[in-house]
Design a binder for this molecule. Structure first.
Ligand code: ZN
Length: 529
């Protein structure tokens, strides 16, 4: 059955749905009546906040409800869960209350009279005003409760409450990711927050230059490269904005933006103009350097005048972005941490250290800006190869007829392979995939410099399936070792299972199904002279 009520402009609605008893109907809006008569169930919903279209869901759900006191009025919280998930309904109602309470304090009054979590038989998740539709198979997982749920709740303010004016790009995914996925992690642990920021930069390092679009060109996620920009870069943009103007002014901007634009549409320019009233920093140059542009700073530090006492340090970033840069300078005698405003091509400042030989400089050591990671900071992950283009495939020894076809079908997003050319003609950035037995893979692994904790994945036995992402002479390399005897079908199954472990550096699956995984530690880039 198709159901497509779509209004030309945001509108309120009054909706009555008649089903057979046993089926429940739900749409974004406040349920005001439910009656059963002559074998039929009649549900009435009131949509008092103007919305563009109405999504209707009907299914066999168990309904649980709870009221919470919101800032303006009581808010009805509901779960429409299948039988299997009915046991975690109360936990979800409590989590919804906690998050709505938290974001009312951070942003402003929750814009609807209810919030409903609906379990879906389909493998997709959807967010609508005052409602989220989440696959019944994943509702039980912690990352849904701690990340997806707050993400969908924040969209009630940003994305639904204030809609996106796409003229300067979709800002709502980045702001929502920053305030939900990231903010909740930052509240719990600065180490994990740093790791998440690093993860955004790490994802950026694995996309091909030609696939990169500006924030202004981002509308919606359709592949890895677009979500890296529209979610990752956009979230980091809001992080840099907060670092630039300060935490309290940033929070005041959120409240002000909400009050000014709720139930309307807004653009990045509207965010800029709202924030400008809370700071003396020129936000036009800041926004202009990030929103319509592609690329990212590549940082380097050089001594431009070496004679004491007038030593000068110059920091380049290969472009013209504007952001606050953390600089850590240490020597045997002293240590100075400072934040410099980067703008223009480079900045130069006096270096007040006694001993240049022992001086070490770290730039943005905590990953607070959107930038290109240095080769030393790169940790190989399996995801690099899921999104890789122009990979070179080398099959050393195996039972498998054509591993490249299976890998491109079940593991990679792009099916193209580059030509096998002599090393000198090959770009260092183009990845290499090597399929072999344990002996040949171990031999390659020993040549890798980044896989510094590789003993974690030892011992590898001849019956294990192993995937390792690493760098061999600066070339991203994926090593795959299969059991000596393996069918194409088993190989396809293992390789498609590996797709779920994209954020890890290595994966080992034993014949009994036991899966081990791990990540190489992040190394710091240090400039010395
Ligand atoms: Zn979203």
């Amino acid at each position: 059955r198709l159901w497509y009520p779509f209004f030309n402009r945001p509108s309120t609605a009054h909706l009555t749905i008649k089903t057979i008893v046993g089926l429940r109907a739900i749409a974004p809006g406040l349920p005001i009546a439910y009656t059963e008569r002559d074998g039929y169930a009649i549900t009435t919903l009131e949509i008092t906040t103007p919305i563009l279209g109405l999504d209707l869901m009907i299914g066999r759900w168990q309904v649980q409800q709870k009221f919470m006191s919101g800032r303006k009025e009581k808010i009805l919280l509901q779960t429409y869960f299948d039988k299997v998930n009915a046991g975690i309904a109360k936990e979800y109602l409590d989590l919804c209350e906690r998050y709505i309470h938290f974001y009312e304090n951070l942003i402003g009054t929750y814009p609807y009279s209810s919030f409903t979590v609906v379990s879906s038989p389909f493998p997709t998740g959807l967010g609508m005003p005052s409602l989220t539709y989440i696959s019944e198979k994943i509702l039980k997982y912690p990352f849904i409760k701690t990340r997806s749920l707050p993400h969908e709740i924040v969209h009630n303010w940003f994305g639904n409450g204030i809609r996106v004016d796409y003229s300067s790009g979709n800002w709502s995914e980045g702001l929502t990711t920053y305030l939900a996925d990231y903010w909740q992690v930052e509240l719990a642990s600065e180490d994990e927050a740093k790791e998440m920021r690093y993860g955004w930069l790490r994802n950026y390092a694995s996309i091909t230059d030609g696939d990169e679009k500006s924030l202004q060109a981002f509308t919606t996620r359709h592949h890895t490269a677009s979500s890296t920009i529209g979610y990752g870069k956009s979230a980091m943009f809001f992080h840099m904005l907060r670092k630039s103007i300060g935490n309290e002014p940033f929070i005041n901007c959120l409240k002000d933006f909400w009050l000014t634009y709720r139930y309307q549409s807004a653009s990045f320019h509207d965010i800029r103009d709202t924030c400008q009233t809370h700071t003396n920093i020129n936000l036009t140059v800041f926004f202009d350097s990030w929103i319509p542009t592609v690329g990212a700073p590549k940082l380097s530090a050089n001594l431009t005048q070496t004679n004491a006492p007038e030593r000068l340090m110059t920091i380049n970033h290969d472009g013209k972005w504007v952001y606050p840069l953390d600089v850590e300078i240490s020597s045997d005698a002293n240590a100075i941490d400072s934040t410099k405003l980067m703008r223009g091509d480079e900045i130069t400042f006096a270096l007040s250290v006694d001993d240049v030989k022992s001086t070490k400089i770290k730039l943005d050591p905590n990953f607070n800006i959107w930038r290109k990671l240095d080769a030393a900071e790169l940790v190989g992950t399996l995801r690099d190869f899921i999104a890789a283009k122009q990979a070179t495939y080398i099959q050393l020894t195996s039972d498998i007829q054509d591993g490249s076809a299976i890998i491109s079908t079940y593991f990679m997003e792009n099916t193209t392979y580059g030509e096998q050319t002599p090393d000198s003609n090959k770009s260092k950035k183009d990845p290499v995939i090597i399929l072999g037995d344990i002996a040949s893979i171990t031999e390659h692994l020993n040549k890798s410099v980044n896989a510094i904790d590789s003993e974690d994945l030892m011992p590898i036995s001849e019956v294990d399936f192993v995937m390792v992402s690493t760098y061999i002479t600066n070339t991203p390399t994926l090593l795959i070792s299969t059991p000596k005897v393996i069918t194409d079908k088993d190989f396809s199954m293992l390789i498609s299972r590996a797709r779920h472990y994209g954020k890890y550096s290595w994966l080992k699956i034993s014949p009994n199904g036991i899966t081990e995984k791990g990540k190489w530690p992040i190394q710091e880039k240090v400039f010395s002279f």
